[in-house]
Design a protein around this ligand. Structure first.
Ligand code: ADP
Length: 610
């Protein structure tokens, strides 16, 4: 009976169940590596945009706070005592510079041009008198999404609760930002209605490789002061004078006059800078950028940075057109280097996965093969042992029956039959001993009675016992002992179990007999070298091919099929021999013999008996 080795089928199964899904997974992972950069950039963009948007909301709140602060501290009747009123106002708020008063008909009542104006007042009037006296129009900015919210959010689409200010603003803004098509349509409509669009100063790079700044979200219409102040009691107006953006505060007084001031540029910038949560982090620089593309606050860096090209940015407020809250990557290569790092880690993981699949698969395959090989060997072992038991039994029975009939004739023949019966029963005993020993060794129950034994004596005794049988089978069996230089003492003492040692040597002798072929010459040579004794069993058989030389010591292993088919055996002899010798602290080796044949060498440590 043969148990097939399932190597090939298992190989296919392994490929199907492990390798193919593994390759598919790896392919997916490789694809995701390529998308990693875009993904990281998107994630970073979203995070930084949230920070920037938060900063914008802080700026807008601060502008509202500035307006209230100025309105609350403004004098009620400044012209009663202008000097005292305005110095009181300045004292109440650092934001106040160049205070002014206008009559209900927009005549400048303060500062009055009677020749004693200071430099600040003179430059103020130079830049603003035309505007304050309502003679020129200035651009007033507003959020395009809010100006056109009715187009963006038709009233019937809104639920009642959404019609309140903040929600409506946000809805209009997100509707506007949703598609470029809508933006284009609204911009066109605004242009047709005489509104002016402008370009932003900054060109965020996360949005794309486009170097051109996109259009601003703020559009302007030209208005005179009378129109600006028409429907409200107080407010801020942004003015660009001398190529600089400044804020102008105004408030209507009870007597119809208008009091106001220029918002201090340094104080405004200081307050806004104070809003930035944390200018510099390991990932980004977060700051506010003015209408000239200059940061209000920036960390010192070794390389000059192009502040017009942030990673993400948002415009601040209609009151500060062209000012933006912007985030810059601290290290511009961070996205690609991070993607590369993640990519590298993924590659390493994929390689590890593959190596472990291949190594693990190979180990499993090997284990399964070894297991099935051993199953096959065990099966043939049972067949071999049964055969080995049956053959000598059959011969013993046959000779015994012949002796019983008493027809064998001569005494010589009778003796021959008897000695054949003895040798066959010896063979039986050897086989049964081997099998029993093997099972004891398997269970770890093999017991040795160790004592000082003379190995030369053990060998001599065994060989003398065996010689007649070997001679009968046509073998020449020689023993030579070279124990020590001095011929008087041929004894070689070792610590061992004489019976087990005999069994080992007998196994080697019986193999030499079985596998010798026609050249029936067996030599056993013993020699002592230092603290070792070497016992060589040499035959002139076919020898063992080098690729099998180690495996012959495995349990159940039987050599070449064609050879072993002819020669009976259990595949246990050598493994038991090796086990016994190793238990004695020695080793059994195979060596090819010069001139053909095998040498099996038992080497054992010599006991120190003085
Ligand atoms: P068995 O002899 O019962 O098959 P062993 O464990 O004694 O089992 O030997 C294992 C194998 O080693 C044998 O089947 C045989 O192929 C090979 N072998 C052992 N001794 C010799 C020898 N002296 N010459 C050639 N081959 C040998």
């Amino acid at each position: 009976m043969r148990v097939p080795i399932p190597g090939k089928r298992l190989g296919w199964l392994f490929a199907l169940v492990v390798l193919v899904p593994g390759i598919l997974l790896a392919a997916i992972a490789v694809r995701s590596i390529n998308r990693e950069e875009a993904y990281i950039e998107k994630q970073l963009e979203a995070t930084l945009l949230a920070e920037v948007t938060y900063l914008v909301s802080l700026v807008q709140t601060e502008l509202g706070r500035i307006e209230s602060e100025l309105a609350d501290s403004a004098p009620i009747d400044p012209l009663a005592d202008p000097h005292q009123a305005f110095s009181g106002w300045r004292g109440a708020s650092d934001l106040v510079t160049s205070p002014f008063v206008l009559s209900p008909l927009f005549e400048i009542l303060w500062p009055r041009g009677n020749g004693n104006l200071d430099a600040e007042q003179q430059s103020f009037l130079r830049s603003n008198s035309e505007f304050l006296s309502n003679r020129v129009e200035v651009p007033v900015f507003e959020d395009i999404a809010l100006a056109y919210k009715d187009e963006l959010l038709p009233a019937e689409q809104l639920e009642e609760k959404e019609k309140t200010g903040a929600v409506e603003k946000q809805l209009a803004r997100s509707q506007f930002e949703m598609s470029e098509e809508i933006q284009e349509k609204i911009y066109d409509q605004a242009m047709q209605e005489g509104l002016k669009a402008q370009s932003r100063v900054l060109a965020p790079s996360a949005a794309g490789a486009d170097q051109q700044p996109p259009p601003s979200m703020f559009i302007s219409r030209d208005l005179r002061l009378v129109e600006i102040t028409k429907d409200r009691d107080q407010g801020l107006v942004s003015r660009i004078t001398d190529n600089r953006l400044s804020l102008l505060f105004w408030k209507k007084l009870g007597n119809g006059q208008l009091v106001g001031c220029v918002v201090s540029d340094t104080e405004l910038r200081d307050r806004l800078v104070g809003l930035i949560p944390d200018v510099y982090s390991a990932v980004r620089i977060l700051t506010l950028v003015d209408e000239h593309g200059r940061p209000l606050m920036a960390p010192e860096e070794s390389e000059p940075r192009d502040y017009r090209r942030p990673f993400v940015a948002r415009e601040c407020s209609a009151l500060l057109p062209l000012w933006e809250a912007a985030a810059y990557l601290s290290d511009p290569g961070i996205v690609s280097s991070q993607a590369r790092r993640i990519g590298r880690i993924l590659w390493v993981l994929i390689c590890l996965l593959f190596v472990s699949i291949v190594v693990g698969g190979t180990l499993v395959l090997r284990a399964v093969r070894a297991e099935s090989l051993s199953a096959r060997q065990k099966t043939s072992f049972v067949a071999n042992v049964s055969h080995e038991l049956k053959t000598p039994l059959t011969s013993i029975r046959m000779f015994a029956e012949m002796l019983k009939t008493g027809k064998q004739g001569s005494e010589g023949k009778r003796q021959k039959y008897l000695s054949l019966m003895v040798s066959e029963s010896e063979r039986l005993t050897r086989l049964i001993n081997n099998v029993l020993d093997f099972s004891n060794m398997e269970k770890g129950r093999k017991q040795y009675s160790m004592e000082a034994v003379d190995l030369a004596d053990v060998c001599r005794e065994l060989i003398e016992n065996q010689r007649p049988r070997f001679q009968q089978n046509g073998f020449q069996l020689e023993l030579s002992v070279a124990a020590r230089g001095d011929a008087d003492d041929e004894r070689v003492w070792i610590q061992g179990d004489a019976e087990s040692l005999k069994q080992s040597l007998l196994n080697l002798l019986s193999n030499a007999e079985k596998y010798s072929g026609d050249r029936k010459m067996i030599e056993v040579a013993m020699r002592r070298e230092g603290s070792w004794v070497y016992l060589d069993v040499m035959d002139r058989g076919k020898g063992i091919p080098s690729d099998r030389a180690e495996r012959i010591f495995d349990e159940f292993y039987r050599g070449d099929d064609s050879l072993t088919a002819k020669v009976r055996g259990s595949g246990l002899g050598l493994s038991i021999t090796r086990r016994i010798v190793r238990d004695h602290g020695g080793e059994v080796l195979y060596m090819p013999r010069e001139g053909g044949g095998s040498i099996f060498r038992i080497q054992l440590p010599v006991a120190d008996i003085s």
